[in-house]
Design a protein around this ligand. Structure first.
Ligand SMILES: *Cc1c(COP(=O)(O)O)cnc(C)c1O
Ligand SMILES: [Zn+2]
Length: 435
């Protein structure tokens, strides 16, 4: 398998970084489209072709056993993988939220219900400090922000990112000012505001918020600001690789056969693939085929639509779904998601809002995990892909739950079975005794 992302280029490193060892094994930024390299810096688009930049490394060579032992002896957070991330070796010692190493739950009850016999796992990222996977990406972006000397941390967010940035900035002692669509769930708004930074609601969709932030970056108004998912995006995105590392380590240093990943901008899915390929290239896991499946909500399914139509490009849509954390109508990494789904033999599928709610209930009822709507999307899509035969029930399958149901309470109408006076007679009359 070609692994251009981890190819070692001594020339790049000897050209040197202006930032010493602050970026650890990272040696340059590299254009995903034309491959041109540029020095590490707060830039996100290729100077030659405007393609997206990603971090290129000179990863550790040598005995995989040694590296594996070093990782296993490391901190109980994403920083155990610091040798594979654009961060300094001593990153864990700086004030940060120490996200990651969330549970990989063997979901036997759900497996029985869905007819999966090859082992079904839920990677439950609701266990992160601000209850979504976004703490991973923000933690890496904050390190880059510190190195570049940014004093204000910012982002355009569908909700979870705003909370993760607010919390991480508070802990790191940075100012934050974050932007969200004005009509988000109350749980997300409170989470974004409570850490004391500035929160701005924008009258428009996420795509409007994102466009606004791109303008702000080019304006003196945004000077000294690190937007984690815009001018710090190459570093931010690398944080998602830790999901791949953790899943493999928690499976006993083994690749899963099939992974179902939610798709908003598509960044997370593309970096999970990058992380898996790195583990193979480093000899930390045995090279076997794996399939990656993307999951979207029907009300915002531009990548799924392109996949099904056999298109190479993604046509933007206007989102209308309860899965607001995934409501990006013009996904920046959509075309790369298509590439990966096709290359690995996976796919991209979507489910409607009713199926999202059903799936949230199913996961809660079978495994005691209360997912946010994005988790309902991945579980719902898993069910649909099993029914269509696209997912093989006899293979090891990992489904991501990327957020906490407490943030999207309105999606699920659940309440008491009965409300009664505090007497045994009233309880008897409710008919809940025995069984
Ligand atoms: C941001 C987010 C994702 C994935 O986002 P990408 O932009 O595709 O990386 C998935 N789930 C939740 C809950 C999120 O907040
Ligand atoms: Zn380029």
């Amino acid at each position: 398998m070609a692994v251009e992302a981890v190819e070692s280029r001594t020339t790049a490193s000897s050209s040197g970084s202006a930032f010493g060892s602050a970026f650890g094994p990272a040696v340059a930024l590299s254009c995903r489209e034309c491959g041109e390299r540029s020095p590490l810096g707060p830039v996100f688009a290729c100077a030659s072709c405007f393609g997206p930049l990603e971090v290129a490394y000179e990863l550790p060579t040598g005995d995989p056993e040694e590296l594996r032992r070093r990782i296993e002896a490391g901190p109980a957070s994403i920083w155990r993988y610091a040798p594979l991330l654009p961060v300094a070796a001593d990153v864990a010692e700086r004030p940060n939220l120490n996200p990651g190493l969330t549970k990989l739950v063997k979901a036997d009850n759900l497996a029985r219900e869905l007819g999966v016999t090859g082992g079904l796992y839920v990677k439950d990222d609701s266990g992160n400090p601000t209850h979504s996977f976004k703490d991973r990406v923000v933690a890496v972006a904050v390190e880059a922000a510190r190195t570049f000397g940014f004093t204000t941390l910012s982002c355009s967010s569908t909700g979870n990112l705003a909370g993760a940035v607010g919390a991480a900035a508070a802990r790191a002692g940075l100012r934050s000012c974050v932007f969200i669509p004005h009509d988000l769930e109350a749980g997300k708004v409170v989470m974004a505001a409570v850490y004391g930074g500035d929160l701005v609601g924008i009258e428009g969709t996420y795509d409007d918020v994102n466009r606004f932030c791109s303008e702000l970056i080019g304006d003196p108004l945004g000077e000294g600001w690190g937007f984690v998912n815009v001018n710090l995006r190459p570093y931010y995105a690398e944080g998602s690789k830790t999901l791949a590392y953790e899943i493999c380590e928690q499976l006993g240093w083994r690749l899963p056969d099939q992974i179902v990943v939610p798709v908003a901008s598509g960044s997370q899915l593309t970096k999970i693939d990058k992380g898996l390929r790195e583990l193979v290239a480093l000899g930390l896991v045995e090279d076997r085929p794996y399939k990656i499946f993307g999951a979207q909500a029907e009300g915002c399914a531009p990548v799924s639509a392109a996949f099904k139509a056999g298109h190479e490009v993604v046509r933007p849509v206007r989102p209308d779904t309860i899965a607001k954390s995934l409501a990006i109508g013009n996904p920046a990494d959509g075309i790369y998601v298509l590439d990966i789904a096709r290359r690995t033999g996976g796919g991209v599928e979507d489910v409607d809002d009713a199926a999202v709610v059903d799936a949230i209930r199913l996961l809660a009822r079978t495994e005691g995990i209360f997912a946010e709507t994005a988790g309902g999307v991945t579980v719902g899509v898993t069910r649909k892909l099993l029914a269509s035969g696209a997912l093989d029930p006899e293979l090891t399958t990992v489904v991501l739950n990327t957020g906490d149901g407490l943030k999207t309470l309105d999606a699920v109408a659940a309440g008491p079975t009965a409300t009664i006076r505090p007497t045994l007679d009233a309880f008897r009359a409710a008919g809940l005794q025995g069984r």
